[in-house]
Design a protein around this ligand. Structure first.
Ligand code: SAM
Length: 352
């Protein structure tokens, strides 16, 4: 752990060894190291992002996901661009300066419609960042959305094990996922990768691959959450990933890619009443409260018992502020760009 702290990397076997030998004492040390690294790079601020889940319509069929296309029990919805703009207005008035637009892979939202929407958000709120999380699209679409003003893109790699990836994604390939991440980075986005912990069949060797892949990609953001089963998916009877293992992976991600922004995920808050606070203490530094209209929130159910589906956005903001302060951190309502990206030559950064 000490070597990891100073060198910011380890070999595959060393990672597997570390993961296989964690006990309560060494786990606490690992989290403390991650916390120190986070404070050294980012201080004790926690960035808030307003999350708008604008469509649960999806053409993909991921085995774990509640909004997979084969799930006919989901009540599908799609917010209109005007409704998304309303969410941004409400969010902006509550102080948010990053809007995360997330959806299933919904082709009704063509490149033209999305580019128009992004440009509109940036015109109204030029001091805010727009993050997209809308899955796999081609190079031309990614480029046009970047040119329209999108700043960041979240596309978790989900797992860095090719066999596990392909078993879980009948409609997608491991190679293409990585290729899309490379493309997003080359275009100039701040890019978010990430993975689930406790996927059925996932081993410590697979988790080592996740960390080494992060090291290689060097993303600006890393989303890590436990796998949580959804009753209407083929994985409904599989055990959930544990909070403990997820926190360990967050801590390790902070030590492998120290300049990345790491969210304390909703999945972790669902798995444990203080999951997000624990994540903040183990190296995470972002929270993404929900800005979606209350009427659609229960429909964006990726896994069972998802939290925060009934709170007003303002209540959510108030509650989170208190929780963040209570955990010993402070809320930072700035854009919160990644250190990685801020250190790039000015010509390669595009604050638009
Ligand atoms: N369609 C976009 C994409 O593929 O990137 C964004 C939406 S997708 C639903 C957002 C994330 O939800 C996925 O990257 C996945 O890691 C997570 N997710 C989906 N189902 C989950 C589950 N059952 N447990 C935990 N996380 C899940």
């Amino acid at each position: 752990m000490e070597r990891l702290y100073t060198q910011e990397s380890l070999g595959s076997e060393e990672i597997v060894d570390l993961l296989g030998n964690l006990d309560q004492t060494s786990r606490k040390r690992l989290h403390t190291f991650a916390h120190q690294k986070r404070v050294a790079r980012y201080g004790t601020g926690v960035y808030l992002r307003g999350l708008i889940e604008f469509s649960n319509i999806c053409k993909q069929n991921c085995m774990y996901c509640g909004i997979r296309s084969a799930n006919k029990a989901v009540s599908r919805y799609r917010l209109k661009p005007e409704e998304i703009m309303d969410c941004c207005r409400e969010g902006y008035n509550l102080g948010y300066r990053t809007f995360v637009l997330q959806s299933g892979e919904d082709d009704w939202y063509t490149t033209d419609k999305l580019a128009g929407l992004v440009a509109d958000i940036k015109r109204h709120y030029p001091d805010s960042a727009v993050t997209l999380s809308i899955g796999e699209r081609d190079d031309e679409t990614y480029t046009r959305l970047f040119e329209a003003g999108a700043d960041r893109y979240l596309l978790r790699h989900e797992t860095a094990s090719s066999s596990l990836y392909e078993a879980l994604h009948p409609t997608m390939t491991f190679e293409n996922r990585r290729d899309r991440l490379r493309a997003l980075k080359a275009i100039g986005y701040q890019v978010g990768a990430g993975f689930m912990v406790g996927l059925p069949g996932q081993t410590n060797e697979d988790l080592a691959k996740d960390l080494l892949y992060l090291k290689e990609l060097n993303p600006d953001m890393v989303g890590i959450g436990p796998f949580l089963p959804h009753q209407a998916t083929p994985l409904k009877d599989e055990p959930a990933g544990t909070v403990e293992a997820t926190l360990d992976m967050i801590a390790l991600a902070r030590l492998f890619v120290p300049d990345a922004l790491i969210p304390a995920t909703t999945a972790l808050g669902t798995a444990h009443p203080y999951g997000r606070e624990l994540a903040l203490k183990a190296g995470a530094n972002v929270v993404m409260p929900n800005l979606s209209p209350l009427s659609v929130r229960p429909k964006y159910t990726l896994y069972d018992n998802k939290i925060c589906t009934g709170d007003e956005s303002a209540q959510c903001r108030f509650c989170l502020d208190q929780r963040i302060e209570g955990a010993g951190f402070h809320v930072d309502m700035g854009r919160g760009d990644s250190l990685n990206w801020l250190s790039r030559p000015p010509g390669e950064q595009a604050v638009r």
